[in-house]
Every structure is written in C-alpha cells, then in structure tokens.
Design a binder for this molecule. Structure first.
Ligand SMILES: [Cu+2]
Length: 175
C-alpha cells in the first residue's frame, strides 16, 4: 500500500504526540501481583528517529530480585550483579545478591519490532497500589532515548516525553 505524504507525516507525528501505551518502550503485561514471579517483556517499537537500535540497558528497581534475562540470538547479553540492601525471601531461598542491570547489544532496524525478556520475582516489600518503574536506556546508531522519567505524584506517564516503563502493583494473591 502506498501512503500519501500527509498520512505518512501523520504516522510520524502520532508517535511523538501520543506518549503512552503504544508509542514507547513498554511492558507487555503492565500489572502484576507482589510476592510472586513476574515475566517482564519489554517491547521496543522503534529506534531513535529512523536510526536502528544497537543497545537496550535496563536497570532493575529495588525489591525486584532473582532476575534472569532471556538470551536473544544475534544479541550479546551482559549483566551487572550486586549485593541487595538486605536478604530477600524467594520461594524457599534467601537471596543476598543478584542482577541489577541488564544490557543487550545487537541491532534492531527502526522498521522492525522486538521484545526483551526478564524473568523476575517481585518481593512483598513492593507496595500494592503503586507503580514500579524500570528505567531503560535505548542507544541507537545515531542518538539515544533515555526512558528513565518517573511521573511525580498526581501525574501520569503521559505527561512525560520519555517515561520509564511502568508496572502497576496489585496485592499478593492468597491461595
Ligand atoms: Cu515512541
């Protein structure tokens, strides 16, 4: 299908003007219970302008433990591990350290879409009713997006041009 010049510029404007759900790096499942495992799927819908993405770096927020990134063919995976501020209970274990930062290095054309996956555990110190933010830096061949902005109380991510992907926390499910 041919796009006219006006509909094409509309599509470009849409991504800039609609800073929510579809436009930026977001989590596939935007809501999760605390005290439970969570599979975080980060969706990367575009590069920087039309420049291809070459690096995705994700910072793991406090209270998220047991992080295991999923390797991706064609992408080099690196992690930074550190001690937690205190031991955390995960299933029958107490974890004292773990992955705090994950980086994938590769190439994703602006014309394409991809997903980056982490297996995590959300500890019960995280507060239901709040939103947990995962800061992400997206480096491109030309340019960078810093998806690290966190809305102040009373505002939403839609008020920010480069908001961090957010996860709404809900109470632990009791069996
Ligand atoms: Cu966007």
């Amino acid at each position: 299908m041919m796009l006219s010049r006006s509909s094409l510029s509309f599509l470009i404007a849409a991504c800039v003007l609609v800073p929510s759900a579809q436009a930026h790096i977001t989590l596939e499942k935007p809501e999760a219970a605390v005290a439970a495992p969570y599979k975080a799927v980060f969706r990367v819908p575009h590069g920087c302008g039309d420049s291809p993405t070459v690096k995705i770096r994700i910072r793991i927020p406090q209270g998220v433990i047991g992080v295991k990134p999923m390797p991706k063919p064609g992408w080099q995976l690196e992690t930074v591990k550190a001690k937690y501020d205190k031991p955390y209970k995960m299933f029958h274990n107490a974890l004292t350290e773990g992955v705090r930062e994950v980086t994938w290095t590769g190439k994703l054309a602006d014309d394409n879409y991809d997903e980056f996956v982490l297996s995590t555990y959300l500890t019960d110190e995280l507060k239901p009713g709040t939103t947990l933010y995962f800061p992400v830096v997206q480096e491109c061949e030309k340019g960078v997006h810093r998806w690290i902005e966190i809305p102040e109380a009373g505002k939403t991510a839609a008020d920010l041009p480069e908001s961090a992907p957010g996860l709404k926390l809900v109470p632990a499910q009791r069996p």
